[in-house]
Design a protein around this ligand. Structure first.
Ligand code: ADE
Length: 250
C-alpha cells in the first residue's frame, strides 16, 4: 500500500513511522509512506500556508492553493483515475473513525491523507478535493498529524504480512463488535495473583467459552451500547440478561 501524507509538519512522523510495525512493514516493502510538505507548494518569500478567515474570527485558516497543488503533483506522479484512491481530510468534522473504517481503507492500494492545521482548512478543500473526512474522536487536536498517525497505524496493521500472526487480528477488540477478553502471560502467579484457572487447563473449548463470556461481560460493563450491534447467538443474548443481575467471576 502507498500512503501519501500532506502536512505542514513532516518531521512529526519521523519517530512513529520508524519504529515497531511500521519499520517492519516498510522494510518488507508492504507499505510505502510518502510525506509531502504543504509549505513546499507556497511561492511567496515567507512560504505562507495560512491566512485570516473571511468573515472574521480568531485563528488562521489553511489556504487552499498549496493543498490543491501538492495533491495535483502526487496525482501527476501516479496517474490514477479519480475514485481509485480515497483522499481523506483529517478533521474533527469528519465521520468517526472505527475498526470497520480501518478495514475499509485497508483494501485500497493507495491512500492520501491531508492534515489540517490552525483553526481549520479552507472549505473548498472539503468541497472540491477530498473524497472523505475522518475524525478520530470528539475532541480537538492542534492538527491532523496525530490523527493521521492513528488512522495509518490502524490500517497498516491490517495489511497481510504486517503482524507476525494474522490470527491475532481475529480477537482484537471491536473486530466482532465486542471488546477483547483479558489476556495473561507467565508467571502463573504474580504477587499472589493467579491467572484464571481455566487458562491453565489446556482445554481449548473451555478456554474459548471463557474468553467469549469475558468479552461479552467486559463489553456490557464498559461499552454496553456496542452490544446492540454485536453478533451474538440467542444463548449469548440470554447470557447478557443473566450478567445484568449476576456478573461472572473474574
Ligand atoms: N484535527 C483536529 N482534531 C481532530 C480530530 N479529532 N480528528 C481528526 N483530525 C483532527
Amino acid at each position: 500500500m502507498d500512503i501519501d501524507i500532506l502536512t505542514l509538519f513532516p518531521q512529526m512522523f519521523q519517530g512513529p513511522f520508524s519504529t515497531g510495525i511500521f519499520e517492519r512493514a516498510i522494510d518488507h516493502g508492504l507499505v510505502s509512506i510518502n510525506l509531502h510538505n504543504i509549505r513546499d507548494y507556497t511561492y511567496d518569500k515567507h512560504h505562507t500556508a495560512d491566512d485570516y478567515a473571511y468573515g472574521g474570527g480568531a485563528g488562521m485558516i489553511l489556504k487552499p492553493e498549496p493543498i490543491f497543488e501538492a495533491l495535483e503533483s502526487i496525482e501527476m506522479d501516479v496517474k490514477l483515475e479519480a475514485g481509485d484512491m480515497p483522499i481523506i481530510l483529517l478533521t474533527p468534522q469528519g465521520r468517526l473513525f472505527s475498526q470497520p473504517i480501518a478495514y475499509e481503507l485497508s483494501k485500497y492500494s493507495r491512500l492520501i491523507l491531508i492534515c489540517g492545521h490552525y483553526e481549520g482548512v479552507d472549505g473548498r478543500v472539503a468541497e472540491h478535493l477530498v473524497t472523505d473526512e475522518i475524525s478520530i474522536g470528539d475532541y480537538v487536536l492542534s492538527g491532523g498529524e496525530l490523527a493521521a498517525m492513528v488512522v495509518v497505524d490502524a490500517v497498516v496493521r491490517l495489511l497481510p504480512g504486517v503482524l507476525g500472526s494474522e490470527a491475532s487480528l481475529q480477537d482484537d477488540s471491536h473486530v466482532a463488535g465486542l471488546l477483547e477478553y483479558p489476556q495473561y502471560t507467565r508467571p502463573a502467579v504474580y504477587r499472589e495473583w493467579s491467572v484464571p484457572e481455566v487458562l491453565l487447563s489446556g482445554n481449548h473449548a473451555q478456554v474459548s467459552k471463557w474468553r467469549r463470556e469475558q468479552a461479552i461481560q467486559r463489553t456490557l460493563e464498559r461499552r454496553p451500547e456496542l452490544l446492540d450491534k454485536a453478533s451474538l447467538s440467542l444463548e449469548e443474548r440470554r447470557l447478557v440478561e443473566r450478567l445484568l443481575t449476576s456478573p461472572l467471576d473474574k
